[in-house]
Design a protein around this ligand. Structure first.
Ligand code: ATP
Ligand code: MG
Length: 306
């Protein structure tokens, strides 16, 4: 399965949540690879605790590969190379977890037919090795997104590959509206995709939204706030649900909603079982919701029911 992680805005939680999603699928036994197609800011290595990889990818990452400067992009075995002490001991039964980083100083670039060809070729090869391929796209209507839409269009070469789109947004008015625009707006994913030959219904059916860093008003975090504050927040929450539903990104279109997690507020990282149960620094709900997202991603029945 090919999974594109998209968002309209930056800082939505797209990379951190997608990396945790990759981790959970690998824990469940899938072979997973994570491609950093955030051309402008390829920093996924940090989330997997791979500090040396940023420098190592210089001239050998996905930018260099797509531009034809190297024949193969750098691959990093996360279990073997991470500096995260818990991840280093790869759990029994887990699948492979491999990062294909971008070049540190790569930057955005206009993509052409050659780049498209290399992208398709790479994904087709990865498909033989991995169960899940997660592609973290640059924010907004980027060149990376155009490449993804073109590659998966009928004339692109990946048209027959099972593909899913996750559109991330935070739980604020601006983010909700932006996420809806990115998908349904003028030149949004659906319109741009159809112009490239995608079937509108099929593309729509492949898209789900992921709400990230959502405050849970029932959490003890908010138990100290004044009644007026609480009532105001509750009202905002209800209004947000109405805005989301009115723009076609209401609950039935949401794959998962990841709670605001204090650990992630401070650090971009994978949340481990140990963080929850031994060190007790992360909330159990966050661990559960990341797991739920990972389950639902590949659950055709659930996906079809939405
Ligand atoms: N559930 C969460 N709770 C709290 N903070 C979060 C949560 N998810 C992500 N964050 C934090 O929000 C910030 C932005 O997340 P992230 O880098 O994943 O977003 P992004 O959409 O990939 O941004 P960019 O466009 O810059 O690549 C990070 O500091 C991250 O740790
Ligand atoms: Mg990111």
């Amino acid at each position: 399965m090919l999974v594109f992680a998209a968002s309209d805005k930056g800082g939505t939680g797209r990379s951190v949540t997608s990396a945790n999603l990759a981790y959970h699928r690998a824990l469940d036994g899938d072979d997973v690879c994570y491609l950093d197609f955030d051309f402008g800011s390829p920093t996924a290595a940090a989330v997997f605790d791979l500090p040396d990889v940023l420098g190592e990818a210089e001239g050998r990452g996905l930018h260099s590969y797509l531009k034809g400067e190297v024949g193969e992009p750098l691959r990093v075995d996360v279990w073997a190379r991470t500096e995260h002490p818990v991840l280093l001991s790869r759990p029994g039964g887990s699948g492979r977890l491999v990062l294909l980083p971008g070049d540190r100083s790569g930057g955005e670039f206009v993509t052409d037919a050659e780049n498209l060809h290399r992208c398709v070729d790479l994904v087709l090869r990865l498909k033989r090795e991995f169960d899940v391929i997660i592609v973290d796209l640059s924010a907004g209507r980027s060149y990376a997104m155009d490449l993804a839409l073109l590659a998966t269009s009928p004339r692109g070469g990946l048209g027959r590959l099972k593909t899913r789109w996750l559109v991330y947004h935070r739980w604020t008015r601006q983010h909700v509206m932006a996420a809806a625009e990115l998908v349904y707006g003028k030149q949004g994913i659906v319109e741009a995709g159809c112009a490239m030959g995608h079937d509108s219904d099929a593309l729509n059916a492949a898209i789900r939204f992921v709400r990230a860093a959502v405050p849970n008003l029932e959490s003890p975090l908010w138990s100290q706030v004044s009644p007026a504050q609480y009532a105001w927040m509750r009202q905002c929450d209800t209004q947000l649900e109405e805005i989301a539903a009115g723009r076609g990104i209401g609950k039935t279109r949401v794959l998962s909603s990841i709670p605001l997690e204090p650990v992630l507020q401070w650090q971009e990282r994978l949340i481990t079982d140990e963080d929850v149960h031994d060190r007790r620094i992360a909330n159990v709900e966050t661990w559960q919701k990341m797991g739920e997202l990972a389950q639902r991603l590949t659950d055709d029945t659930y996906w079809g029911q939405l």
